[in-house]
Design a protein around this ligand. Structure first.
Ligand code: TEU
Ligand code: CA
Length: 537
């Protein structure tokens, strides 16, 4: 399958479906739901990391890349998943975390035990104080001192996630081996975690004004490293697709990463559109979303990637983000309208859509009562820092409620039975009370079904080359409205999505309307969150 044809679905494995009552989602649970996913119409599943891990960061801290975390099942279960998915026209994409390993990984343990070979797999520095002033993305310093070695090691994420040294050729060979092992298992894609952070500069400098990200983001040798990875692993595979997670990146770099002529990746995730409600890049400071900025970003990135023959991976929610309906949309009477408008907006754009489990039934943020319900390590670090900075518990919790990653990780809401039909046991992360009103079973009975809308929009995309290959042109001239055309071989569509909870004046041309999330259309007024698609014949 070509990257243009992919419609992907991200499963946060831990939270999707538990079959043995231990409260943890598992691989047999995914197999059980393959018919559901086929009905939805997706053709790729991205699984969050399934490897052995101490789970400090829910699997993004890998201890053994070659083994399945027993909580998730066995290698036989995994093989079966690949086969069963394949028989339904669905491919599996695995998450590859190659910027860092868990400090429980054998390499790191041997490094700590004094083996220099393995110390050079990581970034250890001798220094009287922290080698630079870089901050960890999860709070605090990015350096940790190891007393018996009298050295510091770099961790851009948690202290238990040590950054790997991609300057070391032997390490790179080890990483290729891992990727090839899974490729040979029959997976058809990889999602590479924070892959644009793998190349660190050879001189380690500080900038007192920043957290240091400019030194290692899209770093000096990153394109070379990714190209080598491609050529040594998946590059020659037919029908294989890769997506790189690009933290704080640029359009130019994303074009390079995803222009197929460069033999790097098939497509890129970027996060600029998810910072329209941040203040100066700061996640833990609240601000209302700036939708003008959002629509402008859609224009610049969609058209910019097109000009450079790059390819976007489009998404609004993922496992690191709050639920977009709670964040930017509507949780109450207009939940259906908001859910369908945002879905239409991003799924029909130029690029590969990535749907995040639960958004197809309009799931919302967790809304837990206290910090004790949250599990995420980043959330707890942030809470501590907010309290230390003088905020009261109430003030801190307003921010945590809006921004915690656990919002996007609550158990899938299948039905109204205990624990939302996710488990017979006690879920690893509590269910949210919303499931009594919001779940797949109820959604299917509703004549305004969000799930039905996702099915229709996916099918529209799959069956029209204009949405698969077509040229995109974004008109950002009406405040609050994302309007664009897609055109291929003379077939042309207009997509108009009101992203705001208010009526907006706009002249709708007289073309045939094929999709509408309201019963009617007024020729010069869009209803709140109204989304329509027209065909120009
Ligand atoms: O995320 C990288 C990343 O940049 C985000 O984690 C972001 O910094 C964070 O959410 C702060 O708001 C990837 C994974 O998607 C994430 O789950 C992992 O925790 C992280 O890498 C480390 O592997
Ligand atoms: Ca389980």
């Amino acid at each position: 399958m070509k990257r243009e044809e992919i419609i992907a679905y991200e499963i946060y494995v831990k939270s999707f479906n538990d079959t043995n009552g231990d409260g943890i989602g598992d691989i047999p649970g995914i197999i059980e739901k393959l018919d559901y996913l086929k009905e939805l119409g997706i053709n790729y599943i991205w699984l969050t990391p399934i490897y052995i891990s101490p789970q400090k960061d829910n699997g993004y801290d890998v201890e053994d890349y070659y083994k399945i975390n027993p909580d998730y099942g066995t290698m036989e279960d995994f093989d079966k998943l690949v086969d069963e998915a394949k028989s339904r026209g669905i491919n599996i994409m695995l998450d590859m975390v190659l910027n860092h390993t868990s400090t429980e990984h054998e390499w790191f343990k041997r490094a700590l035990a004094g083996e220099e070979k393995y110390q050079d797999y990581y970034i250890f520095k001798e220094s009287e104080k922290e080698p630079t002033n870089w901050k960890s993305k999860f709070g605090g310093s990015a350096w940790e001192y190891v007393e018996n070695l009298n050295k510091w090691y770099l961790h851009l994420f948690d202290v238990t996630q040590a950054d790997l040294n991609w300057e070391n050729p032997e390490l790179k060979e080890e990483l290729y081996k891992i990727v090839n092992f899974w490729k040979e298992k029959g997976v058809k894609g990889f999602r590479f975690d924070v892959i644009n952070l793998i190349s660190k500069p050879q001189e380690f400098n500080s900038n007192p004004e920043t957290d240091g990200r400019e030194f290692y983001t899209d770093g000096p040798r990153v394109h070379e490293f990714i190209r080598e990875l491609n050529l040594n692993t998946f590059g020659s595979e037919e029908g294989f697709s890769t997506v790189g997670e690009m933290s704080s990146t640029s359009l130019d770099n994303c074009i390079k990463y995803s222009n197929l002529e460069n033999d790097e990746l098939s497509m890129t995730f970027n996060f600029h559109h998810l910072k329209i409600d941040y203040v100066n890049n700061q996640k833990w400071v609240l601000k209302d979303p700036d939708f003008e900025e959002l629509i402008g970003l859609y224009k610049n990135w969609s058209e910019g990637m097109q000009v450079g023959n790059g390819w976007m991976a489009n998404f609004i929610s993922n496992h690191d983000q709050p639920r977009h309906l709670s964040r930017w949309g509507n949780e109450d009477e207009l939940r259906y309208e908001a859910a369908t408008s945002f879905a239409t907006a991003y799924i029909l754009l130029r690029g590969t859509p990535f749907i995040y489990y639960g958004e197809e039934i309009g799931m919302l943020n967790a809304g837990y009562e206290s910090i004790n319900y949250f599990v995420d390590i980043e959330t707890h670090n942030a809470y501590k820092e907010l309290i230390e900075s003088g905020k009261t518990n109430e003030e801190a919790m307003v921010i945590i409620h809006a921004r915690s990653r656990d919002n996007g990780r609550i158990p899938m809401q299948w039905d109204s039975t205990d624990s939302s039909g996710f488990t017979n046991g006690k879920p690893w992360l509590p269910t949210s009370q919303q499931y009594k009103n919001i779940n797949l079973e109820l959604d299917r009975q509703n004549n305004k079904s969000i799930f039905e809308w996702y099915k229709n929009i996916i099918s529209l995309r799959k069956n029209n080359d204009a949405f698969i290959y077509g040229e995109v042109k974004v008109d950002n001239t009406t405040e609050g409205v994302l309007k664009y055309t897609r055109e291929y071989n003379g077939n042309k569509y207009i997509v108009i999505c009101n992203l705001l909870n208010k009526e907006i004046e706009l002249t709708i041309d007289e073309y045939e309307i094929i999709i509408n999330n309201y019963d009617e259309v007024n020729n010069n007024l869009l209803k709140p969150y109204q989304a329509i698609v027209q065909i120009i014949k």
